[in-house]
Ligand binder design. Structure first.
Ligand code: EPZ
Length: 419
C-alpha cells in the first residue's frame, strides 16, 4: 500500500489550481441517471470516488468514459438495472445518491445500505423518511433498501437535521412527483445548489436554491442536457489555504469561488493570517508564526465546514495559545487527534469539544490516515514537523484529493509517494 514520506518543508511559494469538487461531481453523476442521454461532465477531479461512481453507473447498465484529463461522458440511455450492490456502496457512502434518481426514473430500486465510517455511524433515516413522504414504499432486506413507488406524490418534508445527501436524494425524486414538495431545513451547500441548478436546466422547477427551504413543483418529464461543469472544490481550496498558513510562505489558490470559503477566510483573518481575495483566487501570505489562537464551531453551510475541521485543528497546534473546536455535524469526528498527538500536538477531547494547546514544536513520526480529511491534516502537520513523517493508508487521501502530492511539490513541499 502506498505511503507518503514527508520531510519538514521550508516556506511554500507559487500557485495551486484547485480541481472540481468531489462532493459536487458525485451527485451530478448520480443525477445523470435522469438525463437518459449522453452528458459531458467537465472539471471532474481524478479521484477514486469518481471512479467508484462510474463503476456503479456501469453496473446498472450505463456507460462512463473518461474523456480527457478532467472530463467524463456519462451515457445512461441503456441504464436498466436499478440495483446498487454492497461491494461498491460499502467503499463509498455517496453511492447512496443513486437511490433518488433510480426511483424517479424506474419507480423502483434496490440499493445497499452504506457502511459507517472512521468516525462512527452515518445513518440514512432522513433519506428514507423523506422518500416515504413522497409515496415510496421502503423495506430493509438483507442490508439493502428495497424501494418501490406506484406513484410519486409531492409533500411537505422537514429534515430534523440538515443533511446534504438526504436533500439531494429527496430533491431528485420530488422533481418528478405529482404536485408540489416543500423541503424545510434543506441543505444549502454549494454542491447541492449546483445539483438543483443542473436539474432546473433539465426542466425541473426548484426554487429557493441556496436557502434552507426548497419549493419543488413536480413536472411530468425532464429534457436531457449536453454538459455541466463541476464547481471548484472549496474543501480542497481550504486545505491548501490552511497548509500555507501553517507552513508559511506565499501561495495563490486559483480556480475557486471565494464566496464558498467565506467562513474559512474569516477565521484565517481572525487568526492573523494575511489573505488577499480576488474574483477567482485567494493569495495567502504567512510566516508560519504569530498565528492567533481562534476558536471555531463547525456548522452547515455557510458555517465553518466540518470537512476542514481536522485541518484547522492542526493549524491551531501552532497558534499562540489554547483554542477549542466544537464539532456540531459529526460529534465524534476526532479520530485524527490521536495521530496528531503522535506528531507532538497536545489535543484533548471534553464533551465533543477539542481543546488544542498551541505553540507546539512538531516532531516527525509514523502515522496512519483514518479518513480523507484527517489525512490532509496529517500531511500539513508533517510538513511542519522536524525530521521525517511517514503517513500510511494514503488511499484515504486519494478518494478526495486530486494529485495532492504533485500540487504540494509544485509549491515547494517535501513530499514523496512511496510503495
Ligand atoms: C456530505 O455527507 C459530504 N459528502 C461529507 O463530506 C460532509 O462531511 C457532509 O455532507 C456534511 O457537510 C458528500 O457530499 C459526498 P449529511 P452526507 O447527510 O451527505 C446526520 C468528505 O470528507 N444524518 O449532511 O453523508 C449525519 O450523521 C465527506 O468529503 C442522519 O442522522 O452528510 C450527520 O451527523 C465526509 N440521518 C449529519 O446528519 C441521515 O439520514 C449531516 O450528514 C443523514 C444524515
Amino acid at each position: 500500500m502506498d505511503y507518503f514520506e514527508i520531510k519538514e518543508s521550508k516556506k511554500l511559494y507559487g500557485s495551486v489550481k484547485v480541481s472540481g469538487a468531489k462532493n459536487a461531481v458525485l451527485p451530478l453523476m448520480a443525477a445523470s441517471i435522469l438525463n437518459k442521454k449522453k452528458i459531458k461532465i467537465l472539471n471532474v477531479p481524478t479521484l477514486s470516488d469518481s471512479i467508484t461512481m462510474s463503476k456503479l453507473i456501469e453496473e446498472m447498465g450505463g456507460n462512463v468514459q473518461f474523456d480527457s484529463d478532467d472530463s467524463i461522458i456519462v451515457d445512461s440511455s441503456k441504464l436498466n438495472n436499478p440495483y446498487a450492490p454492497y461491494d461498491l456502496v460499502k467503499t463509498m457512502r455517496a453511492s447512496f445518491y443513486v437511490l433518488g434518481p433510480l426511483l424517479a426514473r424506474f419507480k423502483k430500486a434496490k440499493v445497499s445500505l452504506p457502511g459507517g465510517c472512521a468516525w462512527g455511524p452515518r445513518p440514512v433515516d432522513f433519506h428514507l423518511k423523506g422518500l416515504e413522504s413522497l409515496g415510496v414504499k421502503i423495506s430493509i432486506e438483507n442490508g439493502y433498501v428495497v424501494a418501490n413507488a406506484r406513484q410519486l406524490v409531492g409533500n411537505k418534508i422537514h429534515f430534523p437535521k440538515i443533511s446534504v445527501g438526504a436533500t439531494g436524494n429527496v430533491v431528485m425524486v420530488a422533481i418528478l412527483a405529482e404536485g408540489t414538495t416543500t423541503i424545510t431545513n434543506a441543505a444549502a451547500e454549494p454542491e447541492i445548489q449546483q445539483l438543483c441548478k443542473m436539474l432546473n436546466e433539465m426542466g425541473a422547477k426548484i426554487s429557493g436554491i441556496g436557502s434552507n427551504t426548497l419549493l419543488i413543483k413536480g413536472v411530468k418529464s425532464l429534457k436531457p442536457i449536453k454538459e455541466v461543469s463541476v464547481i471548484p472544490d472549496r474543501i480542497e481550496a481550504g486545505t491548501f489555504l490552511i497548509a500555507a498558513a501553517a507552513v508559511g510562505g506565499e501561495v495563490e489558490i486559483k480556480n475557486i469561488i471565494p464566496e464558498h470559503l467565506e467562513s474559512v477566510t474569516n477565521c484565517l483573518l481572525k487568526a492573523n493570517i494575511d489573505i488577499n481575495v480576488r474574483d477567482s483566487s485567494i493569495t495567502i501570505k504567512s510566516d508560519g508564526k504569530n498565528i492567533l489562537s481562534t476558536n471555531i464551531e463547525t456548522n452547515e453551510y455557510p458555517g465553518f465546514p466540518t470537512d476542514l475541521q481536522a485541518q484547522w485543528m492542526m493549524l491551531m497546534c501552532l497558534a499562540d495559545g489554547t483554542s477549542t473546536i466544537k464539532e456540531n455535524i459529526y460529534y465524534d469526528r476526532f479520530t485524527h487527534i490521536m495521530e496528531l498527538n503522535r506528531l507532538g500536538c497536545n489535543i484533548k477531547l471534553e464533551d465533543s469539544v477539542a481543546i488544542i494547546e498551541g505553540n507546539k514544536n512538531l516532531i516527525g513520526a509514523d502515522v496512519m490516515s483514518t479518513d480523507i480529511r484527517a489525512s490532509a491534516a496529517l500531511i500539513i502537520a508533517a510538513l511542519c514537523a522536524k525530521g521525517v513523517t511517514n503517513i500510511s493508508r494514503v488511499y484515504h487521501i486519494d478518494r478526495g484529493y486530486d494529485k495532492i502530492e504533485k500540487k504540494l511539490t509544485n509549491i515547494g513541499a517535501n513530499i514523496i509517494r512511496k510503495k
